[in-house]
Ligand binder design. Sequence first.
Ligand code: SF4
Length: 360
Amino acid sequence: MSIKRHDWTREEIIALYNKPLMDLLFEAATIHRVNHDPNVVQVSTLLSIKTGGCPEDCGYCPQAARYHTKVEGNDLMGVAQVKAQALRAKASGSSRVCMGAAWRNVKDGPEFDQVLEMVRTINKLDMEVCCTLGMITENQAKRLAEAGLYAYNHNLDTSEEYYKEVISTRGFEDRLQTIENVRKTNVTVCSGGIIGMGESVEDRAGMLVALASLSPQPESVPINALVAVEGTPMENEKPVEIWEMIRMVATTRIVMPETQVRLSAGRTQMSREGQAMCFFAGANSIFAGDKLLTTPNPDVNEDMKMFEMLGLVAQKPFTKVSQPKTVEAADSEYAPLGEKPKWTRPSHKIERNLEASGKK
Ligand code: SF4
């Protein structure tokens, strides 16, 4: 029942997703209990280390420079500021820090060196460090690994077919290429997606087929509910119903039994009861902190009250994969190559993205 498969078909996953809810929950919860402690949930903190001004056109993202949103851009944070925030996160129960930079891709140079120093610093605080920096090359992945990076996040977002309705500045295969580059190191892979962008259940299943077919499967899969932000092309999308989120989490748990399934953006729209059902269905991580990059998130104290009420405990760091060693910059084996990740330039246009770019 908990055998990992890489050959799930879209039809099989749709059939799971559409099962009577009690049957789906029972199956997912049983698989969850075989592979994880059901009362342990990881608390992670997401830090936006460089906000806004991104050249990509992801239709859900208020950080894309071309959309007129209220997000205020910020240059790359300093190492000391990141350390202070990581310490605060650790004190409030987080075992993992995920640093996000609104870049299309990583460029070798002083800013990337600064990110490497942040990775070293957080690793030395005995916390899992994750980064989401856009596309990276194999050499850049190796440099991050050497600095002590635990995970690299690069979401597939949705199915390959629907990806063309969301982003026009890069292709689905570019996402897979970065994941492949990360897999050439010991850094674990975090990759998931967003529901509520106007996609169909078939697209949700298609995304899970793509994730489950990766070998190895991602160690971590965030499931986000779209937070529709004013000024983005998706500002008018309807909020995701809690039942859709529960079904998505349960289906993800069944097709990727060993992965850490993360309840990510959209938790402010969910009741405690709804979140409890997601934990029962196999979610075993939340993001803490009052902001998720730029969108609102529940207060840490509220989360701790919820943990107490549900009898959940926060996961300790490095319970799944051991702590990577940190190599100091001076002892690095890898020279910066000054290369850029290659990406495709799809020729398709997305009407709603164009309209949103043109609005003032
Ligand atoms: S999701 Fe990331 S890559 Fe896309 S526009 Fe936002 S910051 Fe840029």
